[in-house]
Design a protein around this ligand. Structure first.
Ligand code: G6P
Length: 367
């Protein structure tokens, strides 16, 4: 099928706005699984495996990192994760009783495929979280978990990332039920939260646009940007930094908020904005205190938070993007939206080729 941009300026913009629809589609495929069929995941026996290995590259790797928090927290399943180019050579002591998940939009990334073959050789059961259903990675896996995002043309991944997250969250809930690590009620509540996601995403996309455009003007004048987060917001901070550097060519770094004092705080000044990703979760006040360390050193802060977090912080001293307060399990998907839009609108102001950034390829089939 021929992909078109429709009324959008770029594929990236179109793909950002498609998210409520494609996530709903992906969830429809998995929620039943997370809900009722938890113990029968074709090919992967989450109830019996002692641990899970995850490997991927780029944006898919950050999705995997967020997945690690979920599998560990909800399913009490230890996760070993690394970027595929390291994973394949690290000589990791992996148990053949374990399973391994490979996350890839294209299903063709050379390092990810090599990691898959390496694990297969060791006897692990292989799961593939892919967008392209007839890809090499999908074909070589024991179990395929399609993310159902539809074709993604923009080199910088957006809807594939949130669909990967939706699938990983569903799998983690399914694993938790199979392992008996959440109660029936807890499991139902998690599933209900997932089901609400498309509606909330639609609302957020309609409500933050003008604020984002204003803040992008600010970012487009900067040479460096720091992103901070804790818990699942830490991988999201790294994904935010990756998105900004990929398409605007502005140098950006994502850091664990608690690591600020161990280095990057030396860089804080008026010229380097700090984007703090802080939903009002159990880490909120810790991140808030890291934010105060930035403010005390004259740093400029853009706080991405929710209604509860906004009420609990002093908004006079910073810029804020305020999202609806949502359950912890869907926060990474909801908070992805301002992250993507900030990068997109900053790139527009920089005049870069948003869909085809210099030196990057959509799919990297060489090592
Ligand atoms: C390339 C793309 C990234 C992508 C990465 C992994 O570097 O530019 O956007 O995240 O490959 O691709 P995959 O298809 O394996 O998800």
């Amino acid at each position: 099928s021929l992909a078109t941009k429709g009324s959008h300026r770029h594929f990236m913009e179109k793909e950002i706005h498609e998210q409520p629809e494609v996530i709903a589609h992906a969830l429809a495929h998995y929620i039943d699984f997370a809900d009722n069929r938890a113990d029968t995941v074709a090919g992967l026996d989450f109830a019996r495996i002692p641990s899970l290995a995850i490997s991927a590259c780029g944006t898919a790797y950050f999705a995997g990192l967020i997945g690690k928090y979920w599998f560990e927290r909800y399913a009490r399943l230890p996760v070993e994760i690394d970027v595929a180019s390291e994973f394949r050579y690290r000589d990791i002591p992996l148990s053949p009783q374990s399973a391994a998940l490979f996350i890839s939009q294209s299903g063709e990334t050379a390092d990810t495929l090599a990691s898959l073959r390496y694990c297969k050789e060791l006897g692990l059961k292989i799961g593939a979280v892919v967008n392209v259903g007839d890809s090499t990675i999908a074909r070589e896996a024991d179990a395929v978990f399609p993310i159902l995002a539809g074709s993604e043309i923009g080199v910088a991944s957006t809807k594939a990332f949130t669909c990967q997250l939706a699938v990983l969250a569903s799998l983690a809930i399914g694993a938790a039920k199979a392992r008996g690590t959440v109660s029936e009620d807890e499991g139902q509540a998690l599933v209900r939260n997932l089901a609400e996601m498309p509606r909330i995403m639609g609302h957020v996309l309609n409500s933050i646009q003008s604020k984002i455009e204003l803040l992008a003007r600010d970012l487009s004048k900067c040479d460096h940007v720091l992103y901070l987060g804790r818990g699942t917001s830490f991988p999201l901070a790294m994904e935010g930094a990756l998105k900004l550097k990929e398409i605007s060519y502005i140098h950006a770094e994502g850091y664990a908020a608690g690591e600020l004092k161990h280095g990057p705080i030396a860089l804080i000044d008026q010229n380097m904005p700090v984007i703090v990703i802080a939903p009002h979760d159990r880490f909120f006040y810790k991140t808030l205190s890291n934010m105060e360390e930035v403010a005390a050193r004259g740093g400029r802060i853009i706080l991405i938070t929710d209604e509860k977090g906004a009420a609990a912080s002093n908004r006079d001293t910073m810029h804020t993007i305020v999202l609806p307060a949502v359950d912890e399990i869907i926060a990474p998907m909801i908070f992805s939206l301002p992250i993507q839009l900030l990068a997109y609108h900053t790139a527009i102001l920089m005049g870069t080729d948003v869909d085809q950034p210099r030196n990057l390829a959509k799919s990297v089939t060489v090592e």
